[in-house]
Design a protein around this ligand. Structure first.
Ligand code: ZN
Length: 162
């Protein structure tokens, strides 16, 4: 009997057994292949269940873990390279670019944590346009925001501290 009921959509005899198939593991825009996978696929909802009698699930999950690890490593190495290129200490980079979490920042650089998309994008922009760092420094002083605040709520006598 090479068909069985799908546990995902409930369709009867919809799951068919397969083996020797290559499946891809995807993260962002990269994929890695895992070969010789055995399992069941639902022809109604496309759900795939790995064959318990093989090491398919384990190998698939190992490739996924390794892909994530490698991606975090690359992102971390890039962040460190860019931070050094900008002549920032980790502490300065946290204050200027991420706003919080010194511990998290060093973990991003070590490839232990996925950096927030916005932070990673900002750093890559600064890699291409390092002169923008001066503008970020000016923005962090918040003079423009203080001026807007004072204009919007004049009765509060907002102080324009420098
Ligand atoms: Zn199904």
């Amino acid at each position: 009997m090479n068909t069985r009921q799908c546990m995902s959509c409930g369709a009867h005899d919809a799951m068919q057994h397969f083996e020797g198939r290559s499946l891809s593991v995807d993260y962002k825009n990269v994929s890695r292949w895992v070969h010789d996978i055995a399992g069941w696929e639902c022809k109604v909802c496309s759900e795939i269940i790995f064959d318990n009698d093989t090491d398919s699930a384990e190998r698939y999950s190992d490739v996924g873990d390794k892909l994530l690890k490698d991606c975090f490593q690359i992102m971390g190495t890039e962040m460190k390279r860019i931070r050094r290129k900008l002549h920032l200490t980790q502490k300065e980079a946290v204050k200027l670019l991420s706003g919080a979490g010194h511990n998290a920042f060093s973990r991003y650089e070590r490839g232990e944590l996925q950096p927030p998309q916005a932070l990673f994008t900002l750093m890559r922009l600064l890699d291409r346009h390092p002169h923008l760092l001066v503008e970020i420094q000016a923005m962090n002083e918040g003079t423009d925001l203080k001026r807007l605040l004072a204009a919007r709520f004049p009765e509060q006598e907002t102080v324009l501290a420098s």
